[in-house]
Design a protein around this ligand. Structure first.
Ligand code: AHR
Length: 541
């Protein structure tokens, strides 16, 4: 042990550590003290919390603007490289994110989607009008089979939202039978005739979308009556989906305004339910939007706008806690999970774009906000079982942006990639007193942190420096463990509004970060406006 400690001291003295700050002495972990002025971060590495459900890293792909057409689907005859019409560059980019599930076909679009328009030979499919999003033509060339091909190509699960607003129990029940029955049913045989022998796996089923708004403006009581019927009669027939693999049904929940009437109504009905229906999830939608219509610019903004949107983002913590508390009252055993199946930054549409296409740029600010949101979901891992960022490609806070054959990765994409080790890991409590900084009269914490231990026992630490102007010196200790090093990546840029454009696609990208242990702790400097994810190596006795 002693010789290992000496080794880490000499590594420190030889200056191997990048971005290492502070002067903590080389002694036992207990004797080491934070460098003066450094923020002490304590990782309670012996305590293991709930599993961070990998589904909180879910994506959302709606038939909206170029989210599907152009962003995913280019058609088999396109000069853009594709596999069966699905663009290869986007698939490759998404595979690196280990996307756990993709929610489709909406959104508001889902409540006007009639699945029969999207099956069979593509030239014969009926075209329809996308009334929600710009009134444009919907070719229906991307339908059920194309969606499942896409999730297979990226290695993800399917989260299908059924039409409650303008559909029927009958229509939804037929769709599920078409997707999941074997050849003993006429609808199963129709799917087989359309080219897919094995039943599809529908892992998550959304029973309506925003039933309090675009999904039908239903009173909570009316929605609950609908929910009971859909939950009763919409069956998944896939024999492979048994036990833990069984499809989970997600009811519409709160709208993010603080009005939790849907949460109350659905959970109270669930507590008093009879045998004939059940749900496994309840949704919550929350956008960082700053008023309606969305007015915050995605590129031209300063510290004030940044701080205002961070304040808005941080409200999600209270909303999740409030919804979880209501759910705890009706469901203390936590059978029903909370699914924040729409979240993200919703900004003003880019100039000269169709406002119905919800196209915005994606800056370092948005990446920082994504990290803060993910940290909130993970901290509530005992109740939050899923989340879907809006949206995957070209719409709102997207992972990728495309322009004809070109594709770029957004700063938010990099956060999702850096956070992959947190998928399915055990939450580890972290305590820190970060102090605050001010932008005018707005006070914000300097640093946010998340820690988790993965299935191999490796500890991971995510650190966000919210301050757009000042680096933060940190002194990280893990209970009872001597830290040898932290290695990983940092995402930052010279300006908070830095973006990736087709002209400079790599302007915001992660850089390697290493910090060596000193006296069993890590001293490191987080650049201003940055997100860092480190793998911690513990010194063994
Ligand atoms: O993500 C865009 C839209 O926002 C979705 O269609 C809808 O559910 C929400 O209001």
């Amino acid at each position: 042990m002693l010789s290992k400690l000496r080794k880490s001291c000499s590594a420190m003295l030889s200056g191997l550590a990048l971005l290492v700050a502070g002067t903590a002495g080389c002694g036992s972990p207990a004797a080491a003290q934070p460098a003066s002025g450094a923020i002490a971060v304590n990782v309670h590495g012996r305590d293991s919390g709930a599993i961070i459900d990998r589904n909180i890293f879910g994506q959302f792909a709606e038939h909206l603007g170029t989210g599907i057409y152009g962003g995913v689907w280019v058609g088999e005859d396109s000069p853009i490289p594709n596999v069966r019409g699905i663009r290869t560059d986007v698939v490759q980019a998404l595979r690196a994110l280990h996307v756990p599930n993709v929610r489709w076909p909406g959104g508001c679009f889902a409540d006007e989607y009639h699945w029969r328009n999207g099956i069979g030979p593509r030239p014969q499919r009926s075209s329809t009008i996308n009334t929600n999003w710009g009134g444009v033509n919907e070719s229906n060339h991307f339908g059920t089979h194309e969606f499942f091909d896409f999730v297979d190509q990226i290695g993800s699960d399917a989260y299908v939202s059924i039409n409650v607003g303008s559909g029927s129990v009958h229509e939804a029940s037929d769709w599920l039978e078409y997707m999941t029955a074997d050849g003993s049913s006429a609808l199963g045989r129709e799917r087989i005739a359309n080219g897919r022998r094995e039943p599809f796996r529908v892992n998550l089923l959304g029973i309506g979308n925003e039933a309090w708004g675009c999904g039908g403006s239903m009173r909570p009581e009316y929605y609950v009556d609908q929910l009971k019927m859909y939950a009763r009669f919409v069956h998944n027939y896939n024999r492979a989906q048994q036990g833990d693999a069984a499809m989970r049904r997600i009811a519409v929940g709160a709208d993010g305004s603080g009005d939790n009437a849907y949460t109350e109504a659905v959970m109270s009905a669930w507590k008093n339910k009879v045998w004939s229906w059940d749900i496994e999830g309840l949704s919550l939608h929350y956008y960082t939007i700053g008023g309606w219509p969305a007015r915050y610019d995605s590129v031209n903004f300063g510290p004030r706008e940044y701080a205002e949107l961070v304040v808005q983002t941080r409200r999600l913590e209270g909303l999740v806690a409030a919804n979880a508390a209501i759910m705890d009252r009706y469901d203390p055993a936590r059978h029903v999970g909370l699914f924040v199946d729409e979240w993200g930054v919703w900004l003003a549409p880019l100039p000269r774009t169709n406002p119905g296409f919800l196209q915005q740029q994606n800056s370092l600010r948005d990446a920082i906000i994504a990290a803060l949101d993910i940290n909130i979901f993970a901290r509530h891992a005992d109740r939050v079982r899923g989340a879907n960022i809006a949206q995957m490609a070209n719409v709102l806070q997207s992972m990728v942006m495309t322009d004809g054959p070109r594709m770029l990765l957004t700063p938010t994409y990099h956060i999702f990639r850096m956070y992959v080790p947190f998928q399915g890991a055990h939450l580890v409590p972290v305590t820190l007193d970060a102090g605050t900084f001010h932008v005018g009269d707005i006070e914000l914490p300097r640093v946010d942190a998340l820690a988790a231990r993965d299935s191999n026992g490796v500890l991971w630490l995510a650190l966000t420096n919210l301050d757009p102007d000042r680096a933060a010196q940190l002194n990280v200790a893990i209970d009872g463990v001597s830290v040898r090093s932290g290695t990983g990546e940092t995402l930052t840029a010279p300006r908070i509004n830095a973006i990736n454009s087709f002209e400079a696609a790599d302007a915001v990208r992660p850089q390697p970060m290493t910090a060596q242990g000193q006296g069993g702790r890590l001293n490191l400097s987080l650049p201003s406006k940055s997100v860092t994810v480190l793998r911690l190596t513990e010194a063994r006795n």
